[in-house]
Each structure stands twice: as C-alpha cells, then as structure tokens.
Design a protein around this ligand. Structure first.
Ligand code: RIB
Ligand code: CA
Length: 363
C-alpha cells in the first residue's frame, strides 16, 4: 500500500470540486479525513448538500462534512451559476444525501483536526479562503500544525478568469487570501518536532496552483469515452453522437458515477465552449488533489505573493514578486509547470475504477 496522505479538503462544490472529491475517494494513497464547505460557486449550504451527495455517490458517506463561512470576510458573496449551474452540479441530479452535516463550524474543526494530528494533515483548499482565514485568526500557529497546504487559486503570470487580473477563488474573498498568504509569510514556520517531512521536502511554504498550470488540465468528450471503458461501460454510451452535446445513455446512464460525471460536465462543457472556445472543461480542483498526493506532478518556484483587496482595477489580483523588488522573503511556492497528461490518465483510471466498483462491475 502506497504511503497514504491524510487530506483535509475545503471546497465550494461546484463541478470540478465534485471531480476532486471523486478523485480523493478513488485514490488508495489518500486518507480523506474531513471536508469543510465554503460559499463560492454556490452558497455554502448548497455546497454542503452537494458535497454530502457526491461523497455518498462515491461510497464515502462516512467522511465528516462541516459547514463553514456563508459569507466572505468583508465582501458580499458572489456565486457563479453561469459556470456550475444554479445548484452547482451542472445538469446532474443526485439523490438527497442521507448523512447530515457533522456538528461544528468548519474553522473550528480545521483547528481541532490539525491539533489532534499535528504535522500530519495536508489541507487542500479548492474554493475561496474564508474558512482558512477565520481558522488562522483563531489559531495563528495553524501553519506549524499542518503538514502542508495546497491551494487552487490565483494567477501568477497570466490572465485572470474572473477579471483580467484575478482568479475566481481569490476574487470571491481577496481579504481572506491576503490574510492567509501573510500568515505563512510572517516567519519560516517552525515545524512541530513530530511533524512528518513537508509534502514538498525542504519547504514549509504552501503550494499554490494557479490558472497557468490548472488550465493545462482539460477534459474532453474523448476522455469520457476512455472513462466509460475503464468503468466497464460502452464508450459510445458516453458520447453517442460523437459530437456535441455529450449524453449518458445505455451502460453509462446505468452507471451512477459515470451518469453523474457526464451530466455535470455537459453543463461545464457548454460554459467552456461559450467562454473559452473549446468543448471540454478545465478541471482545476482535482489536479490540485492529485498534486497533494503526488508532488512530482508539479514544479514550483518560491516567490513572495500579496493580494490586492482594494476596490480598483487590480481587485483580487495575486501579485507575485518574481523579480524580488519588494525584498520580502517568499511566502508561497507557486506551480510553474504541471504534468496534466499524467494527471488526466490517473483521473480516468481512478474515477473509472471507482465507477466500476460502485456499479458492481469487476475491473
Ligand atoms: O478558478 C477556478 C476555481 O474557481 C475552481 O476552484 C472552481 O471550482 C471555482 O471555484
Ligand atoms: Ca472550487
């Protein structure tokens, strides 16, 4: 058994967050300790319902799910129904979850879990950073209690996806991001003596995966055909017309995980066709979970990053000091390269295998 990585996921379950949850549930090298929910793609309570339902779809209704902040620290909440659908899972419909939310507030539970398993938990944030910022206010030594923190967020050299200079997770709550990045930059984090080596050996800095790397992870209709085969279904049942729109029929429709993935992605593909010029989707969030489990998937460089939280043209911008003009020490490791091909192969293999198991198909 590969060494397992103890994961604490913070999500704003939308479509790619859902794929990240499926990837984590399907990964033998992941110990899915808990999931915390934050408002973002949809409101926090819808995020929580989506998260519970997706975990039950994956057979992981045992994983505790905590409700977190329903509002950013200062801004009003902005959601993205045009991207993920009014309920956050595109065209997919899942049964109402059986499990209830676990008791307790997300920020408190992040702190309690980090204290209980000092140096062991890898926090992976896939939405706005409100829960983390609140946890840091309550427990400033949180960075030293965690084994590592990986985030999907920001854009460090390229164009934003929400404004020309900002990425969605940061734009929703730039105040939270500013606080979280500063917390890791105050001083090199002392590691608790019993802490395991950092996820990325030699650095205690968070690993930030921004759009320039996560947008290399693109899933397309032909990938859904491979997913169907891996799950023991008929490939053309995931894409019967071989053209837009994708549709789950026959053996794919009969497979609950495959049916969900195809119906969720059909909405996401339509969004990307309209705004990004290709019938497919950037799958940002599962790429970050994959990197948390296998750091070799990305290459990162240390850099000082601050966040513009003011009301101006650069609002929500992650400002990376690549030329060291601030003189401030690096507080993040920013991914500059990522092996999206290997990640996609692994996603198809792992989620396809989960789909087969959940459908009772020996694979
Ligand atoms: O910018 C992409 C990020 O925003 C992803 O986490 C996606 O789920 C949305 O939250
Ligand atoms: Ca997300």
């Amino acid at each position: 058994m590969a060494t397992s990585t103890a994961l604490l996921l913070d999500v704003d379950t939308g479509i790619d967050d859902a794929l990240a949850l499926l990837y984590a549930a399907a990964s033998p090298d992941a110990e899915l300790v808990a999931v915390t929910c934050v408002g973002g793609n949809v409101d926090a309570r819808q995020v929580a319902e989506n998260t519970l339902a997706v975990l039950e779809l994956a057979g992981r209704g045992d994983v505790p799910v905590y409700l977190g902040s329903e509002m950013p620290l200062r801004k009003p909440l902005t959601t993205s129904p045009e991207t993920h659908g009014p309920r956050g899972l595109g065209y997919a419909e899942l049964p109402a979850p059986v499990a209830a939310l676990a008791d307790g507030d997300a920020a408190d539970r992040i702190i309690e879990l980090a204290r209980a398993r000092a140096g062991e938990l890898t926090l992976v944030t896939l939405g706005p950073l409100t829960n983390l910022a609140i946890a840091l206010e309550r427990e400033p030594s949180l960075p030293a209690l965690l084994r590592g923190w990986l985030l999907m967020g920001g854009v460090y050299r390229g164009a934003g996806n929400t404004t020309p200079t900002s990425e969605w997770n940061i734009h929703v709550d730039p105040d939270a991001a500013k606080q979280a990045f500063a917390a890791w930059g105050r001083s090199p984090q002392p590691r608790s003596p019993e802490a395991l080596p950092p996820v990325h050996p030699g650095v205690a800095r968070p690993l930030a995966m921004g759009l320039e790397v996560t947008e290399r992870a693109r899933i397309r209709p032909e990938d859904l055909r491979h997913l169907a085969v891996r799950a023991g279904a008929q490939p053309l049942d995931a894409d019967p017309a071989g053209r837009e729109p994708i549709r789950a029929v026959g053996s794919v429709e009969a497979n609950p995980v495959l049916h969900f993935v195809v119906d969720a992605l059909r909405f996401y593909f339509e969004f990307h066709a309209k705004y990004d010029g290709f019938y497919g989707a950037f799958i940002h969030d599962p790429f970050v979970v994959a990197a948390a489990l296998d750091p070799s998937l990305v290459r990162a460089e240390p850099v000082f990053v601050d966040v513009e939280a003011g009301a101006n043209l650069a609002h929500g911008m992650t400002v990376a000091d690549w030329r060291h003009s601030t003189g401030k020490p690096p507080n993040l490791d920013v991914a500059v390269e990522g092996d999206a091909d290997t990640f996609l192969e692994r996603l198809i293999d792992r989620v396809g295998g989960l789909a087969a198991r959940r459908a009772g198909v020996a694979r």
